[in-house]
Structure formats: structure tokens, C-alpha cells
Design a protein around this ligand. Structure first.
Ligand code: ZN
Length: 107
């Protein structure tokens, strides 16, 4: 289910919840909410679901710190987002070819 973001309409006073905007999980087929569940002010749904937009290219993924492995053969994966001295190919039975995931995890 996608996450949608709502915000109070500009000419409504709203409450703390809807003034700053809030997010809610909804089915795509669900009707958009029209009123804030807290204060009843008119709200609008922002156009696009939040968090569904995924980076498309390998370099975008790389810049975000993701590791993408593409299967090339049985037990062989190409690390298309490799950085530094990571191995280009990860092979199932060679631990030193595994991407340096620990180094990439950060806040
Ligand atoms: Zn509200």
C-alpha cells in the first residue's frame, strides 16, 4: 500500500497534525480523505505517493549508498554500484568478493 501525504488546504486554520502535513497508508483504490481526522479541517492529498519513487539508474543508487547486484552466472553477481576497491564480481564461494555493505550503512 502506498503512503500518501495530506496537508490542510491553504485557507484553513487546521491543527498541529494537518498544518505540518501527515502521511497515511492507503490503498490506491481508496478515496482520498477530504477532512483532517483530528480537527475536521479541509485537507488535500499531495499528488504523488511518498516513498514509491525509486531511483532508476545505477549511479543514482550508488550515490544513495545502495548496492545493486546483477546476476551474471550461477553464483556470480556483478556489483554495478561498486565503490572504492570493492570487487566487480561477487562470487558465492568467495567471501572477499562480497560488497562492503557495513561501510555503506549510515544514517
Ligand atoms: Zn487537522
Amino acid at each position: 500500500m502506498p503512503m500518501y501525504e495530506y496537508q490542510v488546504v491553504p485557507d484553513e486554520k487546521g491543527c498541529e497534525t494537518c498544518r505540518g502535513g501527515f502521511q497515511i497508508l492507503q490503498r490506491m483504490s481508496d478515496d482520498a480523505l477530504t477532512h483532517c481526522p483530528e480537527c475536521g479541517a479541509s485537507i488535500r492529498r499531495l499528488l504523488f505517493p511518498v516513498g514509491v519513487a525509486t531511483p532508476k539508474t545505477d549511479s543514482e543508487l550508488k550515490n544513495l549508498g545502495f548496492t545493486k547486484l546483477v546476476k551474471r552466472d550461477t553464483g556470480v553477481y556483478e556489483n554495478v554500484t561498486r565503490t572504492g576497491n570493492e570487487s566487480r564480481y561477487m562470487e558465492a564461494d568467495k567471501p572477499h568478493t562480497v560488497p562492503d555493505l557495513k561501510r555503506k550503512i549510515r544514517d
